[in-house]
Design a protein around this ligand. Structure first.
Ligand code: OVM
Length: 414
């Protein structure tokens, strides 16, 4: 190869970048379609066209080496255990690979069929009435009651109640276990930095509960978890493999939606004209959530491994190394978006990469859309104004982006 690929010393996992990623994303985007990150010895792309092309070319950009920084081909994780969990102390090789996220075709296709049939549009639609009523009651208790934390009272409460009920988890233990577990799991896709090390204790403390609750004897028989086990068995998966499939729901289904719901609340509270537009046109609810996911993508990145020599956006890449795909940067690429840093619920934001694209596109996205829909519908019905009094606190994680705390007030009259 005689081309030169720009080299960057940016660390996308440093605390500075995680606190405010957008200046670093701009530098990476402007450096070229692909850059070499010398700190980590990986390629990275921050441009929309390159990130999209890479996720769509799943034969060249493989997931089976893991979608974090660590290369599972070089650093094998636990090979077998119940639900394949060795313990957080094992570092980035802490679990058997996900049967969905960290597989290529044809294995991935089989797992996707199982989870995709359980999380089908009609199964999700069947929750509308009950979820609407619960969101109405949650919001109703908060209107005209003074300041509250929008993250703990809404953004966490909805997934921890609605989603976890639908999966079939017991009430007891959810909050204490699911959130620290997901925080650890998402940190583990990054380097073994300070953030990761700080979340290991939470990972270790919650792993036994999470593993235990991936098995049918702890899941209610009519929930999504039990349904996954039944379908998995009919597809020839073992009991432990069925549990690893349920683990995908517990790992990917809570923290992501907490951050996404938190960001849309924050963006609406800080853009009163957009909230007024939403109240006038509730048909924009889905677009408003998509716009928040574009602007503050809750899953800011995943890696792929380059397994064939290829050309990505004009850049020759030899097989061998991993490439960091920065969805959160692609979603603000001025080559793709007008006024990319502005929150505008009327724009056509549906083509963003916040849920990925291609065969690995988020299998639970319609669950996220329904949670956002019932929350925003209840808000627009009951609150004429949504306001925030002080700057929010960000929750820092190697993979996820969103708020830890958001002071909010809801008033029934403007
Ligand atoms: C999984 C999974 C999928 C997406 C995100 C994630 C922890 C996990 O299949 O286990 O984050």
């Amino acid at each position: 190869m005689n081309q030169t690929v720009p080299v960057s010393d940016i660390d996308p996992f440093s605390l500075d970048v995680l606190t405010d990623p957008y200046p670093a994303y701009e530098r990476l985007r402007e450096a070229g379609p692909v850059v070499w990150l010398e700190r980590h010895g990986v390629w990275a792309s921050a441009r929309f066209s390159a990130v999209r092309a890479a996720v769509l070319d799943h034969e060249t950009f493989s997931s089976a080496a893991g979608v974090g920084l660590a290369d599972l081909r070089r650093q094998p994780g636990p090979s077998q255990a119940d639900a394949g969990m060795a313990g957080a102390g094992r570092g980035t090789g802490w679990r058997t690979p996900s049967l969905l996220l960290e597989q290529d075709q044809p294995d991935h296709t089989r797992a996707r069929r199982v989870v995709g049939s359980v999380l089908s549009p009609s199964a999700i639609r069947a929750k509308t009435e009950s979820w609407t009523a619960q969101a109405e009651s949650m919001v109703g208790q908060l209107v005209d009651t003074g300041e509250f934390d929008g993250i703990s009272r809404l953004a966490q409460e909805l997934p921890l109640r609605l989603f976890a009920d639908a999966v079939g988890l017991p009430r007891e233990g959810r909050g204490e276990n699911l959130l620290p577990f997901a925080d650890f799991a998402f940190n583990a896709f990054g380097p073994p930095n300070e953030l990761f090390r700080k979340s290991v204790a939470g990972g270790d403390a919650t792993l036994p509960w999470v593993v235990r609750h991936c098995y049918p004897d702890r899941l209610s028989p009519d929930g999504w978890g039990a349904q996954i086990h039944r379908l998995a068995e009919s597809e020839g998966y073992s009991l432990d493999e069925g549990a690893v499939l349920v683990r995908s729901l517990l790992a990917a289904g809570i923290d992501t939606t907490v951050r996404g719901l938190g960001s849309v609340l924050w963006l609406l509270a800080t853009h009163p004209e957009q909230y007024a537009a939403l109240r006038a046109r509730p048909d924009l609810i889905r677009a408003a959530f998509d716009e928040a996911v574009r602007l503050e993508s809750p899953t800011r990145m995943f890696f792929r491994a380059v397994v064939k020599d290829t050309v990505l956006d004009g850049v020759e890449l030899p097989a061998g190394e991993k490439i960091l795909l920065l969805f959160g940067a692609a979603n603000r690429d001025p080559r793709r978006w007008d006024r990319p840093d502005e929150f505008d619920i009327t724009r056509r934001s549906g083509g963003h990469l916040g849920f990925g694209a291609g065969i690995h596109a988020c299998v639970g996205r319609i669950v996220a859309y329904l949670e956002a829909d019932v929350m925003l519908r209840a808000l627009t019905r009951h609150a004429a104004a949504i306001e925030t009094s002080s700057p929010p606190r960000w929750h820092l994680n190697n993979t996820t982006r969103g708020l830890a705390e958001l002071p909010l007030t809801l008033s029934s009259s403007a």
